[in-house]
Design a protein around this ligand. Structure first.
Ligand code: DC
Length: 201
């Protein structure tokens, strides 16, 4: 049995948390596609050319310890605007989506480009202020405190680049259910996501 769940949305909207919980609930595999772009972006910070980094990505690259840093996030957003880099990562994502037993993929273009025929599609969003506040708290918990205003500027810069690029821009698929988590608890957001997917099964 294949069953594909596409979860898209901007940075720090809760996609990752919701995707992991949904995958655990249904027993599906989960792929955080942002990690692929982060791993490519990470290698460009070492001076590797973006397309070469994308075409020679290894499992080890996905294990680099600093993939979640703000610097790598910005590098990821930059390489993600390069069409050839995106193309190099398509087959891996589509193969993952078709794996037996069900799959959840989260990213920016899963419901629109990677899996337009996904069985269930969610677009998880929240206001930029709420997302910056969440990212700020996450960084502070890791001892990487930045000014809240810097985190907000970072979130907005990445949103603008991801939404305005020519190739596979971040946007909700026409048939996606929009889940705004600005005023939801984590548990509430997860429950709503599960209900949307349950209704498609
Ligand atoms: O989800 P994330 O914050 O880890 O993603 C990092 C960057 O990668 C994001 O700014 C845009 C890019 N990305 C993308 O273009 N397409 C995806 N499917 C996932 C991420």
């Amino acid at each position: 049995m294949t069953f594909t769940v596409a979860i898209d949305g901007p940075a720090a909207a809760g996609k990752g948390t919701i995707s992991k919980a949904v995958a655990a609930h249904f027993g599906f595999a989960h792929l955080d596609t942002g990690l692929l772009y982060r791993a490519v972006g990470r290698r460009t910070l070492d001076g590797v050319e973006p397309l070469l980094a994308a075409t020679t990505l290894t499992a080890e690259d996905l294990d680099a310890s600093d993939l979640r840093s703000p610097q790598v996030a910005q590098a990821a957003s930059k390489v993600a605007a390069i069409g050839d880099v995106r193309t190099a990562l398509v087959d891996f994502q589509r193969a993952f989506a078709r794996r037996a037993g069900g799959a959840v993929l989260d990213g920016r273009d899963i419901g629109t480009v990677i899996c337009p025929d996904a069985n269930a599609k969610l677009y998880v969003t929240a206001s930029a202020e709420v997302r910056a506040q969440r990212r700020f708290a996450e960084l502070a918990a890791k001892g990487q405190a930045d000014e809240l205003a810097t985190v907000l500027a970072d979130v907005k810069e990445r949103d603008a680049r991801d939404a305005n690029r020519a190739d596979a821009p971040m946007k909700a698929a026409e048939d996606a259910t929009i889940l705004d988590t600005s005023d939801l608890s984590i548990e509430g957001a997860i429950a709503q996501a599960i209900a949307v997917i349950e209704a498609r099964r």
